[in-house]
Design a protein around this ligand. Structure first.
Ligand code: SF4
Length: 507
C-alpha cells in the first residue's frame, strides 16, 4: 500500500542491456512517473539504555520504504558520528556488517526520492556537515520552494555546496545561525522564518536528537516510544514494527528536543490553520499508519462509503485495483450492499525483474503484474476502484484488461477528487500538462480511459472522510490553491521541473 508499484510506472523508452544476457534490467530512475510518489521518509531513534540504534533505524526505514526507493542512509552518534548511505532499497544497501559499523545510542535515517535535486549519491541523506562547533546531521521530507533563492544568497556569502538538494541549504542555514548564537532552538527558529515550503526534519547534533515540522504541518511526523526507545518517524507504522506505541504527532511549527530523559517541546510557530497533505490520507501513507491522530485505513474505508452514498449504479460486484484501493472498495461494498470480489491479482515479485523491449513483451509484463481473472470477470458488470487517477494511463490499461477478460460493463470509481495541478510541496508528480484532469471534465476523462461510467470523490466527501476542515488540509493539487506562497518562487522553481521534463522527453 502506498508503494509505487511497477504497474504504476511506464516502462522507459531506453533500457540497460546486461552484457552477455538477453535480459533488460530495470532502471528505476528512468521510469516515467504515472503515480505520484512521496519525496522521502525520515526516522530518528534514541536508546535510553544506550543500545546501538542502527538495527532499529534499519527496520524503521524498511517500514517507510514506500516513501522513497532511490537512496537510503543512516547516521549514528556515540561520541563520534558514523554515516552509511547509498543508492537502492534499504535491504539492498544495508547488510549486517554495515549496520554493525554504525555504533551509537542515537541516530537518524532517511529513504529518498528526488523532487528537488537529482537522483544521485551526493543527494542521498542524512547530510552530515562538520562546522567549527561540532557536527550536524539532517534528514528532510518535503520541498523548500524558495531553496534556490536561499542557496544563491548563501553562495554569494561564500558557501560551497556538494549537492543540489534543498536539505543542504537548510543544514548550512542552521549552522550559520548556530555558530553565532550557540543556541540550537533559536537557530532553527530563525531558519524556519526563512523557509517557504514543506519540511519535516530530523536533526542529530552532538547534544540532541531534534524533530522539526513546518508551521502548517504539510508533511507528517510522529513521535513514539517503548520502555527503551524514543522514536521519530514520518509514519507511526515504524513504531508498530518495533513494538513501540505512538505518543503523538509533532505539532505544526514544533521543535522537539530529545535527550533521552525528556522530550522538550518548543512551539516555534503557531498558525490559525494547518495544511496537512490530503494525499497522505488518500494514497501515500500506509493504511496501518495513524496520521495527525486519524487512522488512514478508516479514512479510506469511509471514502468508499461516501462514494457509495453518492452513487446510483448497480453492478455484479465491486473490485479494487490492488493493493491500494482495497479499503475504498470494501467501504463501497459495505455501504451499497454490492458484493466485494477480487478480479485483478497482483504479482508482487515482478517489479524488480525485467523490462521487456517490445510492445508485445510489454503487454506480457503488464499481465504478469496485474492478472485479470477471466472466471470472475466474464459477462459481469464491475465497479472498479482506484485510489486516484494521475495521467490516466494505468486506468486505461486496466479497463482494457478487464474488457479483454470478458467484462460486460466497467464502471470506475476514484477515491480522490481530480488531480489538476502539480504538487510543489514534496510530492513528485508528472507535469501539469500530463495530468489527465488538467483542462478536462469527467466525461472527457471517461472517454479517454474507456470506462462505461466514471465518478470521483468530491472535495466535500474528502474532507468529510478525513474529518478535518478544508482549511486544515493542503489541496493544492486539486484546487491550485496552495497553502504557501508558491507563485513568487515559480520562476526560481522552474528549472528543476524543466530539467525533469526534458529528461523524460529524451527517454
Ligand atoms: S499539493 Fe497535493 S500532493 Fe502536494 S502537499 Fe498539497 S495535497 Fe499533498
Amino acid at each position: 500500500m502506498g508503494i509505487v508499484h511497477p504497474a504504476d510506472l511506464e516502462e522507459p523508452k531506453s533500457c540497460v542491456n546486461m552484457p552477455g544476457t538477453k535480459e533488460i534490467i530495470e532502471d528505476r530512475s528512468s521510469y516515467r512517473l504515472i503515480k505520484p510518489r512521496d519525496k522521502c521518509g525520515v526516522a530518528g531513534v534514541y536508546s535510553r539504555s544506550e543500545q546501538d540504534v542502527s538495527p532499529y533505524l534499519f527496520y524503521s526505514l524498511l517500514s517507510l520504504q514506500h516513501r522513497g526507493q532511490e537512496s537510503c542512509g543512516i547516521t549514528t552518534y556515540d561520541g563520534s558520528f558514523h554515516t552509511e548511505k547509498g543508492m537502492g532499497l534499504v535491504t539492498e544497501f544495508f547488510d549486517l556488517k554495515t549496520l554493525e559499523s554504525l555504533k551509537g545510542y542515537v541516530g537518524i535515517g532517511h529513504v529518498r526520492y528526488s523532487t528537488t535535486g537529482e537522483s544521485r549519491i551526493e543527494n542521498a541523506q542524512p547530510f552530515v556537515v562538520r562546522h567549527s562547533m561540532g557536527t550536524l546531521a539532517i534528514c528532510h521530507n518535503g520541498n523548500i520552494v524558495n531553496s534556490m533563492e536561499l542557496r544563491r544568497k548563501l553562495e554569494k556569502a561564500g558557501q560551497a555546496f556538494i549537492s543540489t538538494s534543498d536539505t543542504e541549504v537548510i543544514a548550512h542555514l542552521i549552522i550559520r545561525e548556530y555558530v553565532k548564537s550557540e543556541d540550537i532552538v533559536y537557530s532553527i527558529t530563525e531558519v524556519m522564518k526563512k523557509l517557504v515550503g514543506s519540511y519535516s526534519l530530523v536533526i542529530l547534533t552532538d547534544d540532541n536528537l531534534i524533530a522539526v515540522r513546518d508551521p502548517l504541518g504539510i508533511r507528517p511526523l510522529s513521535l513514539g516510544k517503548n520502555d527503551d526507545l524514543i522514536m521519530i518517524s514520518s509514519e507511526s507504522v515504524s513504531f508498530d514494527v518495533l513494538g513501540a506505541r505512538i505518543l503523538r504527532d509533532i505539532k505544526p511549527g514544533e521543535i522537539a528536543l530529545i535527550d533521552g530523559e525528556e522530550i522538550k517541546s518548543i512551539r516555534a510557530f503557531k498558525r490559525s490553520r494547518k495544511a496537512y497533505c490530503m494525499f497522505e490520507y488518500v494514497y501515500f501513507s500506509r493504511p496501518d499508519s495513524i496520521l495527525n491522530g486519524i487512522p488512514i485505513y478508516d479514512v479510506r474505508e469511509k471514502i468508499g462509503r461516501i462514494l457509495a452514498e453518492e452513487d446510483d449504479i448497480d453492478a455484479d460486484f465491486v473490485s479494487p485495483i490492488p493493493d491500494s484501493a482495497i479499503p475504498f472498495a470494501l467501504g463501497y461494498s459495505n455501504a451499497s450492499g454490492i458484493p466485494y470480489r477480487e478480479s485483478l491479482i497482483r504479482n508482487r515479485y515482478v517489479g524488480r525483474t525485467f523490462i521487456l523491449p517490445h510492445q508485445q513483451a510489454r503487454e506480457l509484463a503488464v499481465r504478469l503484474k496485474l492478472n485479470p481473472m477471466a472466471s470472475e470477470i466474464e459477462g459481469k458488470n464491475i465497479i472498479i476502484f482506484d485510489d486516484s487517477i494521475v495521467r490516466g494511463t494505468t486506468s486505461k490499461r486496466i479497463i482494457s484488461l478487464l474488457r479483454e477478460a470478458g467484462a460486460k460493463e466497467v464502471h470506475m470509481r476514484v477515491g480522490c477528487p481530480p488531480i489538476k495541478s502539480l504538487c510543489k510541496l514534496g510530492i513528485d508528480m508528472p507535469t501539469d500538462r500530463e495530468l489527465i484532469a488538467s483542462g478536462r471534465d469527467v466525461e472527457a476523462i471517461r472517454k479517454i480511459i474507456g470506462a462505461d461510467s466514471l465518478k470521483y470523490l468530491s472535495i466535500e466527501g474528502l474532507t468529510e472522510a478525513i474529518g478535518l476542515r478544508e482549511n486544515d488540509l493542503c489541496m493544492g493539487c486539486l484546487t491550485a490553491k496552495y497553502p504557501v506562497e508558491i507563485q513568487k518562487f515559480e520562476q526560481v522553481l522552474l528549472p528543476s521541473f524543466v530539467d525533469r521534463e526534458l529528461s523524460n522527453n529524451n527517454r
